[in-house]
Design a protein around this ligand. Structure first.
Ligand code: PGA
Length: 266
């Protein structure tokens, strides 16, 4: 596993700062691979919470390479993706189901009924029960061994967007249907060919199941994440910055960031 250039301890989390994005991504992939190997042996399965977006692409490329070289099997893996646009067809190239198939699932030996992504095709009247069922699936699988996260420029994790909720209310948020924040819509515009085309709602795994994971690995790469990283790690615990809620589970969060994303830490 590649070592970080420097390591900090902030708000009870370990923060590893890497010289570049590629090294940070490789470290994240190697942590996931270790979790898969250990949990597969000790518990007979490894339960992962997976993320999408631009940040994890290199992580999945490394995991696929480890699988191709015979060093890693996904036969015991159960995965639960963080979010999905709503409504969206799984075949839509902008769907996170399509993303996961393209970057990971199509290239490894994970069983189709072990690779779960929230379903953007459920009838709206059943979206809440589908979301609640997703939480029950995670619990029935024994909870997440590792939750992989990115962070939005507005501090969101999954599509848990900034809000005026109390900290306690925010920490209790279950998996559910949400509306996207303007910053999220603006960042998604490039994928949808303009802001007006971005699907404005999504299903997201809630803060509660994220915080319940046995370990959390959060990646932030690039200067455009520096403000959110500093707010999450050194600002107050607040639902205005959902990633700051990770401060409430000290000891199980590893931040893997590059120098650019670290530059507003003081
Ligand atoms: P990104 O998204 O990896 O595309 O920057 C991260 C996020 O919004 O969680």
């Amino acid at each position: 596993m590649p070592a970080s250039a420097r390591e900090l301890n902030l708000a009870g989390a370990s923060v590893e700062v890497f010289a570049d994005a590629a090294t940070a991504s490789r470290n994240a992939a190697d942590r996931i691979a270790s979790t898969i190997r250990e949990a597969s042996v000790t518990r007979g399965k490894a339960v992962l919470g997976l993320a999408t977006g631009s940040t994890p692409i290199a992580i999945y490329a490394r995991l696929v390479a480890l699988h191709r070289s015979g060093e890693l099997s996904f036969a015991q893996v159960r995965s639960y993706n963080l979010d999905e646009y709503y409504p969206i067809a799984p075949t839509d190239p902008n769907s996170y189901r399509a993303y996961m198939q393209k970057h990971l699932f199509d290239h490894v030996d994970i069983a189709p009924n072990h690779a779960h992504v929230l379903d953007g095709t459920v009838p709206e009247a059943f979206a809440a029960s589908h979301a609640a069922e997703f939480d029950r699936w995670i619990e029935a699988d024994g909870g997440l061994d590792l939750q992989l996260l990115g962070i939005g420029r507005n501090g969101h994790i999954g599509f848990n967007e900034p809000s005026d909720l109390s900290t306690e209310e925010a920490k209790a948020l279950p998996t559910r249907l949400v509306s996207l924040h303007p910053v999220t819509t603006s960042d998604a515009a490039k994928d949808f060919g303009g802001e007006a085309n971005v699907i404005p709602r999504a299903l997201t795994v809630g803060i509660r199941p994220i915080l319940a994971a046995r370990s959390i690995v959060i990646l932030a790469l690039g200067a455009n994440k520096a403000e959110a990283v500093a707010a999450a790690l050194q600002g107050p615990i607040t639902a205005r910055v959902p990633a700051s809620l990770l401060q409430t589970v000290p000891g199980k969060v590893a931040w893997l960031i590059d120098e650019a994303a670290a530059k507003q830490l003081v």
